[in-house]
Structure formats: C-alpha cells, structure tokens
Design a protein around this ligand. Structure first.
Ligand code: LFR
Length: 489
C-alpha cells in the first residue's frame, strides 16, 4: 500500500510517499518545491495556482515511477483561505497571513465583541492574523471579494477542491479561524454575523479520516492517470505534526518546530477558562477528538528572515554555517522576545533585532554569529517560559519535551532547549506533519487501529535523538536575565 501526503509549509512543500511494511513506516520524498509568496503592490499573496501545479507534478512523478497510489491527503499552515464564486471558480488570490491588511483589526474586533466573548465561544488564542480578523479586514475595506463569494475554503480545502471538485471545510483547520465553536460542534454563526460576514459561506465540516472525494476526471485526463481516493486528515500541519509525536504516555509536552514553534500538550476537551484566555493559550482541534492546548512562538522564522536579509545584501549563508557561527559566538550577550510584534512581518530582521536591543537597553548583537546566537538562545528560553505555563494551565508536570519537525535538524537548538528547560528533549521525527498526515490515512483505511497504535509504529520506525540537559545553573541564570530584559512575565 503506497499513499501520498502533501505537506505544505510557509517556505516549501513536499509530496511524500508512505508505505507501511511489517509494522514499520517508510517515507520517501517524491517531490519537493519552494513556496514563494508574491508581493503585488501593498499586498502579500500565496501563489495558490503554482502550489496546485506542484501537487500535479507530484502525481506525475508517481506515475512515471509506476507507483499506484492508494490514497492522497493534504496538510498546510492554518488560518488562510480563498473564496469560490457562483461559477465554481476561485475569486482572487489568497492573502498571506503576514500581510499588513489586518494591522490594528484584532484590537477593533476585540473592542466590538470583547475578548471573553470570542474566547468563550472558540477557545482560540488571539493572533492578529486569525481568519476572524482577516475577514473583518476585508469587510472593513469593502472588498469586492465578499460581494461575489459563495464559499469559504481554507488552503488545503481549496487545493482539495481543485483536485476533487468537492467542497468541504476540514475540522482542524476550521478551528483556527476563531469562528468555530467546539462546544456546540460547528461554525459559530453568531460570531460570523457579528463581523459582518454571511454564515452561508461556511460549508460542511469534514473530520480527519473522512473520505472527501477522489481525483476528478479533469485531473485524471490532464495527467493521464487513474483516479485515487482523497481523505481529509488533520489538514492543519500542526495537527498532523502532533498526531505524529511518538509519545508512549498520554500526558506529554511537544514542540512542533519549523517556521513557527508550537508548544503545548494534547487534551481531550478544550480548556476554556479565564486563565487560558489570560495566558493566551489556544485549543486547536486535532485528529480523532483530540485538542491541542498550545501557544504559538515565533520560531525559526526570525532566523529565516535574517538569512534572506543577508542574501539581499549579497552574503549567502547556509543554515549549518549560521548555526556554527552562533555556536562560536559569546553566550547570553543579548535577548529578544521572539513574539514581539516587531518580528511578525517580513523585513530587515537584523535591523529589527538591533532596534529591539536598543529599546530594551541592551547592546545590539552586531555580526551574524551574535545575531543568530541571540535568536536561538532567546527561543530556547522562551520555550522554558511557555512549557512552565503549559504545566500551570494543564495541571501536569512533564518529564521531558518531544520535538518534531524540520527545526530539529538544528541540533544546537535542541541541545539549548534541553539546557533551558532543564529536562530531556526527545527529537524526532523530522517529517512530523507528513507522517501525521499519513497515519490518519492509514487509520481511515483500516491499516492502523487508532492514534495510539500509530504513535507506537512511528516510535519504532524513526530515530529519536535524546538530549540531556547540561549547564543548568548558567541557563537558569540566563533565564532570569531573559525575563528581566524582555519584560514578558
Ligand atoms: C505552522 C502554522 C501554525 C499557525 C501558523 C499560521 O505552520 O500552521 O500552527 O498558527 O502556521 O497559519
């Protein structure tokens, strides 16, 4: 049995082949492509048709290798969407969640509806780019899109629609809109109306593991291939990544590490109370009745943007080169709060780190090594802060931290994370989201029994690297200074 998982990240996408052989999962990268957002005037868009083209390239590569696929599923980042008009065609190009059109909108939405009202109905953390704010921004701008829109589809919903001709709103992604009510188990029509949007745009919600169509004949004819069943999985990549955490115990903490760092724990019922709202934790829906009580941390985005800035200035570094420079730089020289709004949008990140340092009375890191060291140490220390909040909020104590996702290839970050939290880090698998996408396809087709059997199989199939904490005192001291300089607590 060979299945295909498309995993789309903010900077690249992959088509991964998965096979289940004698209780072990084998994955193979069939096709990898870059995901390049496009700036048009003041607006930043996703190049959705290019992404569809790349999905088709994956299907062609499978065909050329004589591989018969048994099923397909897609996962991607959350919150973003497109609209379909009355003729069934896409209207406009989806906006990128880092676009500036939502600037200041979240504050207005909260002012109008109140934070406790929104959180009480959705359990979702307040992030300026949440779908609720993007839709409110379009409404305020009197976007013509809203006049012609008939259906609201999120990124994987859209791509799935292009491939199958069927429209569904997948559950895990739907929860990230901050317009889905997990308590009543459906779209929150009152909230949707309150931001001036028609609830009619929102369609049937499909759960991870549901069969949601098959490759449509137009696609099969174009590529000269046979049709393949398509499943909904946890189409929010973080939902898929957490499904792939190779935990053996029910109570575990995770860090899904990529462009974003998502840290928290898995729960069975959303935690919607005052403390969760005050700490700005989220309850995102996952596979098979699970929820993720977690917090977004800005993650390796800041480092990726620094690298792009240096590249624009004519200096190209590879990530391993940057990590090596960081390792050689002076420890604990300056700290940033990675989640300062200064770091959210694309731009000259080294300059913003300088600006932040000056604002907080620190000496700005000058060269690439010092800047990268500042970013990685600050991330590790922020992880400690959020892990402690997760323990406080969930009433659990974790004996270590599972790290999954591409970011774990940065072994210095894994090591510093163990040091910062003073607990072991278990790192693996790297392809967390793609594997989580696959196991839901296998559960759906009956090859695996449930998520816990899947986690056991993942544990037996992929290496997990253990990092033991070291230099606890130095890191504990640095943590006090990090809290003091950033003023986050
Ligand atoms: C990670 C992620 C996060 C979400 C952010 C924006 O890839 O999906 O979970 O908050 O991207 O969609």
């Amino acid at each position: 049995m060979t299945i295909l998982a498309y995993d789309l990240g903010a900077s690249s996408g992959r088509a991964m082949l998965g096979r289940l052989n004698e209780g072990k999962i084998e994955v193979e990268e069939l096709h990898r492509f870059s995901n390049d957002p496009v700036q048009v005037g003041d607006r930043l868009h996703w190049d959705i048709l290019r992404l569809l083209h790349e999905l088709k390239q994956g299907l062609l590569k499978a065909k050329h290798r004589g591989i018969k696929l048994d099923s397909i599923a897609i996962d991607s980042w959350a919150v973003d969407f497109g609209f379909i008009g009355s003729n069934g065609e896409l209207l406009g190009n989806p906006y990128h969640y880092r676009d500036h059109h939502t600037d200041g909108v979240m504050e207005q939405v909260i002012e109008k509806l109140s934070a406790s009202h929104i959180f009480g109905r959705t359990g979702i953390q307040f992030l300026p780019f949440n779908t609720i704010n993007q839709l409110a921004a379009l409404k305020q701008a009197d976007s013509p899109l809203l006049r012609d829109a008939k259906h609201f589809l999120m990124i994987p919903d859209l791509l799935r629609y292009f491939l199958t001709g069927e429209m569904f709103n997948e559950f895990s992604n739907a929860t990230t809109t901050q317009l889905y009510n997990p308590l009543k188990g459906g779209w929150d029509e009152e909230l949707i109306r309150a931001i001036g949007i028609s609830p009619d745009l929102f369609g049937q919600v499909a759960g991870p593991g549901e069969r949601v169509g098959q490759l449509r004949s137009a696609v099969c004819e174009e590529l000269n291939i046979e049709s393949v069943p398509v499943y909904a999985v946890a189409e929010h990549d973080t939902g898929s990544a957490v499904a792939a955490v190779p935990a053996l115990e029910r109570s575990f903490a995770y860090l899904s590490c990529g462009t974003w760092s998502l840290m928290g724990t898995e729960i069975e019922e959303p935690v919607i109370n005052e403390l969760a709202q005050q700490l700005n934790f989220t309850n995102e829906g996952g596979a098979y009745g699970t929820y993720r009580l977690l917090k977004n941390i800005m993650g390796l985005w800041i480092l990726q943007e620094c690298r792009r800035s240096w590249e624009r200035g004519g200096i190209s570094y590879t990530f391993p080169e940057l990590v090596k420079l960081a390792d050689e730089a002076k420890p604990f020289a300056a700290f940033i709060d990675p989640d300062d709004p200064l770091f959210l949008h694309p731009g000259d990140m080294p300059a913003r780190i300088s600006e932040y340092s000056v604002r907080t009375g620190q000496t700005a890191p000058e060269d690439a090594g010092a800047i990268v060291r500042c970013i990685l140490e600050s991330l590790a220390l922020k992880y400690r802060y959020v892990l402690e909040l997760t323990e406080q909020l969930s009433g659990q104590t974790f004996n270590g931290l599972h790290m999954v996702g591409g970011g774990i290839q940065n072994t210095l970050l894994c090591k510093w994370t163990a040091n910062a939290i003073g607990k072991p880090v278990w790192a693996g698998p790297v392809e967390g989201s793609a594997i989580g996408n696959m196991v839901v396809q296998w559960i759906a087709s009956g090859e695996l029994a449930d998520i816990w059997e899947a986690r056991k199989v993942i544990r037996e199939s992929f290496p997990v690297d253990a990092y033991e904490p070291e230099q606890y005192e130095e890191w504990d001291h640095a943590y006090r200074s990090f809290i003091d300089k950033t003023g986050i607590a």
